[in-house]
Ligand binder design. Structure first.
Ligand SMILES: *[C@@H]1O[C@H](CO)[C@@H](O)[C@H](O)[C@H]1NC(C)=O
Ligand SMILES: *[C@@H]1O[C@H](CO)[C@@H](O)[C@H](O)[C@H]1NC(C)=O
Ligand SMILES: *[C@@H]1O[C@H](CO)[C@@H](O)[C@H](O)[C@H]1NC(C)=O
Ligand SMILES: *[C@@H]1O[C@H](CO)[C@@H](O)[C@H](O)[C@H]1NC(C)=O
Ligand SMILES: *[C@@H]1O[C@H](CO)[C@@H](O)[C@H](O)[C@H]1NC(C)=O
Ligand SMILES: *[C@@H]1O[C@H](CO)[C@@H](O)[C@H](O)[C@H]1NC(C)=O
Ligand SMILES: *[C@@H]1O[C@H](CO)[C@@H](O)[C@H](O)[C@H]1NC(C)=O
Ligand SMILES: *[C@@H]1O[C@H](CO)[C@@H](O)[C@H](O)[C@H]1NC(C)=O
Ligand SMILES: *[C@@H]1O[C@H](CO)[C@@H](O)[C@H](O)[C@H]1NC(C)=O
Ligand SMILES: *[C@@H]1O[C@H](CO)[C@@H](O)[C@H](O)[C@H]1NC(C)=O
Length: 810
């Protein structure tokens, strides 16, 4: 209730400002508003009316940087006196010192954090006495950061293996000198460790300055050194990062302008014992880790199962996302998963233990399992991307995953040949419990394909509930506006132009089509989010991924995903829902329960028959799902939007669409439309071309339809029989476990096969035939033995006889 009140206050406040003539200030009002409110989003609203808002609200440039900190950013929209003492406070707790440059611009340095996502930023110009400016800073996972912004480990393989046999010489690192503002730099090693009882209150992780590799070194962009083994206690640090920072700071000063390498296994600095016999050293570590794993709770049961096929994995975008380390789009450099061409990670960490899941696929699209190959999919005790609320293990992005899942891989698999210990604790799950999500879509001048497969058109103008699900508090709303024909006239048909959504008390995300080129704009709680520096953002209760201006993916903790695409002036919107939403959805995308008959339920519970319905009847059904001012998630930040959709009705009953397009044989566009639109779904393509007088629009409809059908096809459930073990003392041929796959089994010499030689995965998920065994062929052995023995005896006797005859002849 309080929230709703706050929001309507905000909207009303915004209203009153928009009415103001430009040039007028509203200082008092804005000052007061800011006092009582600490969130950055207030600034976005103030911006519309208050000339003096700049005094209070600032942007940072760059607005993002590595979780390690050290990024120097400019405080935009404010000038500072030369003698100001600028300090920045992050998260209301970490203070870093800034400075004022010759153009009177204030700068600050981002701090080392243990979390990713936006953190509140407060700025003071009087050395921290008052913090009167607000902003936000985006902390980014090292793996998601543009590599240009970090120190590069030249030949990272050599860094990883240095100290094992056959590694010698020097190691080199390089950096962009303009990222450290100094003539001379210190090059420092920092280490990460975790202490305390796992999964208890005392569990925590920490970065610590260890020692300097060089001091007062020229900032010339490259440094090479011959690594020496460290002595205790430093040699106990196995995960670290090298920092390059100005030599003017005392060693190990926190939060100064600096660049960092990736976090990496510190092979090159480990104790002398490692160099003497790295395999033995590593095995010892591997065994200790194995012991530790026995004591820690098992997390495998609560992580999501892997999709069975690469197609499923790439289509299930609400729950799985490309692993940055093994991406088929980027040439598949799969260092830790040889033989795989693509891996995905479960987006959400598991509920209790915050564990992660990683799923890898080979070039045929089959899942790779650790039971068959070293490149298999492996679960993770710590999710690589961390998980909200971050800050403490195992939720610290990157670092926790390194400690529990990556270092142990080095010990057991890379530095020694004992990978079976690793896979014992991190086995792939075959996909036997995986259930693919269901997809519904809105595209073109809006055509709907419900989760249960009904296809219909609803050309209302207004704002409607595309989907509501009380189970997770998921709300997805769409705004439909008239289509503009190429000649500028408005058509009597609409298209989606904006979609707003949230789940539970997550941030509200709105995606809207702006400008030419079908660019999409993303708003978070009514504030524009720029994806100019980063394409992934960890927000409150939601993740957003925007790799290009036309593509946005929104991912919620329930596993619901929303794919948005700008296409020829339309906003194609696909909603993916996992099975947990079964029979809990309402709205224009219908009830998801595999029953197409109950999809057309009006907001007051009337059922519209799903077959013999007319476009007019469906129009009434659609109109019933108009939203209310109270429930609207949209931002009304222009006069046009306010007039049309805030003060105006949510469903514009005065707008009647064209229900049937006359096909005039003399219309040249009809011929072209008929050529363009063929096959399944062609009626919508044709309708859109003719009603919008645009082949481009028709084509967008066709493309959206096809890509939806391809997605539905990719998500089709597949039957798997699960991993099949080779018989002991035998082998198997074949590592595919889906319906129709055949696995051949054979025995080593000296053994006889009992059971099936060949097993096929049947449609009921069972393997055909019987369990295969290899039994030692003792009985056969005796028989063969006696035959050979007999032959030897005969030969021997013959030889004696011949010999005695020869003797006799002599
Ligand atoms: C802040 O400054 C930047 C760069 O000068 C400008 O692009 C942006 O519009 C300003 N923001 C506001 C809210 O005035
Ligand atoms: C900044 O700090 C210096 C030294 O602490 C002090 O002399 C100066 O007055 C401060 N300037 C401002 C504007 O507070
Ligand atoms: C990296 O170092 C290894 C070991 O010294 C060497 O074999 C390899 O050729 C190097 N690779 C590159 C690209 O320099
Ligand atoms: C170094 O960084 C600066 C500032 O980010 C950039 O303009 C420049 O192109 C970079 N140089 C190289 C060689 O990447
Ligand atoms: C950087 O400075 C070091 C130390 O003076 C020198 O050995 C090295 O060659 C320099 N590197 C470059 C790229 O200038
Ligand atoms: C634009 O095209 C439509 C359909 O052909 C037509 O009805 C309308 O009058 C045209 N508008 C203008 C301004 O020519
Ligand atoms: C954007 O979306 C389109 C259509 O789904 C897809 O073909 C394309 O690969 C996407 N681009 C990126 C960079 O993800
Ligand atoms: C789906 O939900 C509706 C209303 O909540 C209920 O009446 C119906 O029985 C449910 N259907 C199934 C198959 O559970
Ligand atoms: C929304 O609120 C505004 C302002 O109170 C009002 O003028 C408008 O009629 C409301 N719209 C609806 C659909 O209730
Ligand atoms: C339709 O759109 C697709 C994707 O944008 C494009 O590749 C294709 O050439 C277009 N076809 C026509 C006939 O415009």
């Amino acid at each position: 209730m309080e929230k709703r009140l706050q929001k309507s206050l905000l909207v009303i406040f915004l209203m009153s400002c928009i009415g103001r003539s430009s040039g007028q200030t509203c200082e008092g009002q804005c000052g007061q508003k800011l006092d009582s409110c600490s969130c950055h989003e207030t600034c976005a609203s103030l911006q519309n009316c208050c000339l003096d808002f700049k005094e209070y609200c600032v942007d940072a440039s760059p607005y993002s940087g590595t979780i390690f900190g050290g990024t120097d950013f400019i405080i935009l929209n404010a000038t500072f006196a030369q003698n100001s003492n600028v300090t920045c406070r992050f998260n209301h707790e970490i203070v870093t010192h800034g400075y004022v440059d010759i153009e009177n611009k204030g700068h600050c340095i981002s701090p080392l954090l243990y979390e990713t996502g936006w953190v509140p930023l407060e700025i003071s110009s009087d050395n921290g006495i008052t913090y009167n400016r607000l902003g936000a800073w985006l902390s980014v996972h090292p793996g998601k950061l543009d590599p240009r912004f970090r120190v590069t480990l030249d030949n990272s393989t050599k860094w990883q293996y240095y100290g094992t046999s056959n590694t010698k010489g020097s190691l080199q690192m390089t950096w962009n000198t303009s990222h450290v503002r100094a003539e001379n730099v210190n090059i420092e090693l920092w280490g990460y460790s975790e202490q305390g009882q796992p999964y208890s209150e005392s569990w925590h992780g920490e970065w610590t300055y260890l020692y300097s590799l060089a001091k007062n070194y020229p900032n010339n962009g490259s440094f090479s050194f011959v690594p020496k083994s460290a002595e205790k206690p430093f040699s106990d640090w196995e995960l670290g990062s090298v920092r390059v920072s100005s030599s003017s700071h005392p060693d190990g000063t926190w939060n100064v302008h600096a660049v960092w390498t990736e976090d990496h296994a510190l092979a090159w600095h480990l104790e002398e014992k490692f160099r003497e016999d790295s395999a033995a050293w590593a095995l010892d570590k591997c065994l200790k880790w194995d012991e530790l794993e026995k004591e820690l709770p098992s997390f495998q049961d609560e992580i999501i199962d892997c999709p069975c096929t690469l197609d499923q994995a790439r289509a299930d975008t609400g729950r799985f996302h490309t692993d940055y380390g093994c991406d088929i789009e980027k040439g598949s450099v799969c260092t830790y998963h040889p033989g795989s061409v693509h891996c995905v990670r479960a987006i959400q960490a598991s509920p209790k233990y915050a564990a992660g899941q990683q799923c890898c696929y080979d070039s045929t699209g089959a899942q790779v399992l650790t039971a068959d190959s070293i490149g298999g999919s492996t679960p993770d005790r710590g999710h690589d991307w961390g998980s909200p609320p971050y800050r403490r293990p195992p939720r610290i992005p990157g670092a926790s995953h390194w400690i529990y899942d990556v270092l142990s891989f080095y010990y057991c698999c890379l530095w020694s040949d004992n990978c079976h210990y690793y896979f014992k604790n991190r086995p792939s799950s075959d996909c036997r419990t995986y259930k693919s999500p269901k997809a519904g879509v809105v595209y073109g001048d809006p055509h709907y394909i419900t989760f249960d497969g009904n296809r219909y058109t609803f050309n209302g103008m207004g704002e409607y509930s595309l989907l509501l699900s009380a189970k997770y508090g998921l709300i997805i709303q769409g705004r439909a506006e008239p289509v503009t024909m190429p000649n500028g006239t408005l058509a009597r048909a609409t298209r989606l132009s904006a979609v707003a959504m949230k789940e539970g008390d997550s941030d509200v995300i709105e995606v809207r089509l702006i400008g030419p080129e079908d660019s999409l704009q993303v708003l978070k709680n009514q504030e524009v989010l720029l994806f100019s520096e980063q394409n992934w953002m960890d927000l409150k209760g939601v993740f957003v991924f925007a790799p290009v201006a036309q593509n946005v993916t929104v991912m919620f903790p329930s596993g619901a995903g929303v794919e948005l695409r700008g296409r020829s002036g339309t906003l194609a919107t696909t909603v993916l829902l996992p099975e947990e939403f079964w029979n809990t959805t309402q709205g224009l995308l219908g009830t998801m329960n595999d029953d197409p008959k109950d999809d057309f339920l009006t907001s007051d519970g009337q059922r519209v028959p799903h077959d013999q319905n007319s476009p007019e009847e469906l129009f009434t059904f659609g109109a019933s799902w108009a939203i209310l001012n109270d429930s609207s998630l949209f931002t009304y930040d222009t006069k046009a939007l306010l007039d049309k959709y805030f003060y105006g009705p949510k469903h514009h009953a005065e707008f009647t669409p064209v229900f049937y397009v006359p096909e005039n044989p003399d219309d040249p566009l009809l011929t072209e439309a008929s050529e363009l639109c063929s096959g399944d779904g062609s009626n919508f393509c044709k309708y859109d071309t003719l009603v919008a007088r645009s082949l481009m629009m028709g084509n967008a409809t066709r493309v959206s339809f096809r890509s939806h059908m391809a997605m539905v096809e990719a998500l089709k459930p597949v039957v798997t029989c699960g991993w099949l073990a080779p018989p002991s003392n035998g082998e198997k041929e074949g590592t595919r476990y889906l319906e129709g796959s055949v696995v051949k089994l054979s025995c080593n010499t000296g053994y006889t096969l009992k059971g099936s030689k060949e097993r096929r995965c049947l449609s009921n998920g069972q393997w055909s035939g019987e369990t295969t065994e290899c039994v030692p062929d003792r009985t056969v052995g005796i028989a063969v033995g006696s035959v050979i023995g007999g032959l030897v005896l005969i030969t021997f006797l013959t030889a004696i006889i011949l010999h005695s005859r020869r003797l006799k002849r002599k």
